[in-house]
Design a protein around this ligand. Structure first.
Ligand code: ZN
Length: 290
């Protein structure tokens, strides 16, 4: 009894209520771009971002940054090890903001991916490509987008794509297996609000399609709990959903605590095994972490 009282006090002290998910978190969508650190000491230098991860129980991250130097800094720092954070490095396709709207047909992007892939990182080989954006789904037919999907499948690299549901089909069609083998994390699981039925259809069609849940419209309902149709989707595909912070601008670093706290709240409303899979286990299994 005394012991239980002590646990409650500890939880109150961290702002976590007893019902919230309290396990480790795999942040499957994290950027450490240059405006956060300016190559040395921007508003969010390494000790700052790592302390945010640590105090939120984030034990592993998919790191991708514009340019890749941010990912390399996270991957090579002693501080990352000390914070207990495992870095899963992804090759970002953007050297600068202009690349957002032309990467899919720019051969120099393909060359950059090849050279980054050959170099690897201090935390080991790159494990994926992205995040990339396609604001027009038809750009998924761009010659470089098509080549990169085939390359990813061949090298077993995971794709992190901010695209609509039409582009998911087009990207999958570009692989030798027609999407049966490619591992693709769908950033935001359709930020444009593809219906839960459409997400269900795509998950059924592609066995290695994963849904990352930052910014997903319609996910959370009253009291910060999951909306019923999303709860049902997670129960139908328990191994296919992931969390992400999407620290695409510095404001997201400032909100990092509340982003994770919001996740912990709705995870706490799921059966513990499912909460643990979405919070940690699915990402860990996808990248072979302990
Ligand atoms: Zn992002």
């Amino acid at each position: 009894m005394k012991h239980l009282f002590f646990i409650c006090l500890v939880l109150l002290g961290t702002g976590v209520s007893a019902a919230d998910y309290a396990g480790p978190i795999f942040d499957a969508h994290l950027h450490y771009s240059e405006e956060a650190w300016n190559g040395k000491s921007g508003p969010h230098p390494l000790p700052d971002v790592l302390s945010r991860m640590k105090r939120n129980g984030v034990k592993a991250i998919v790191a991708n940054s514009r340019p890749n130097a941010g990912t390399l800094a996270l991957a090579s720092s002693e501080l990352t090890k000390q914070a207990g954070v495992t870095v899963v490095p992804f090759i970002r396709l953007y050297r600068n903001r202009a690349d957002y709207s032309s990467w899919f047909s720019d051969p120099t992007i393909y060359d950059m991916v090849q050279s980054e892939y050959a170099k690897g990182t201090a935390a080991g080989a790159y494990r994926g490509i992205g995040e990339f954006h396609l604001y027009e789904s038809t750009n998924a037919k761009g010659v470089i987008a098509q080549k990169l999907m085939a390359f990813a499948e061949e090298k077993q690299l995971v794709i992190l794509a901010h695209v609509d549901d039409v582009a998911i089909d087009l990207l999958m069609a570009a692989t030798p297996s027609r999407g049966q083998k490619l591992k693709l994390i769908w950033a935001h699981t359709g930020i444009g609000g593809a219906s839960a039925q459409r997400v269900d259809q795509l998950m059924a069609r592609y066995p290695n399609l994963y849904g990352e849940l930052s910014y997903r419209p319609g996910l959370v309902c009253d009291g910060g709990k999951l909306c019923p149709e999303w709860r049902a989707l997670m129960q139908k595909y328990p191994t296919r959903f992931l969390l992400g912070s999407d620290t695409w601008v510095n404001g997201r670093w400032e909100q990092y605590d509340s982003i994770m706290q919001d996740y912990r709240r709705w995870l706490g409303d799921l059966p513990p095994d499912l909460a643990n899979r979405i919070g940690w286990g699915n990402g860990a299994a996808l990248f072979g972490l302990k």
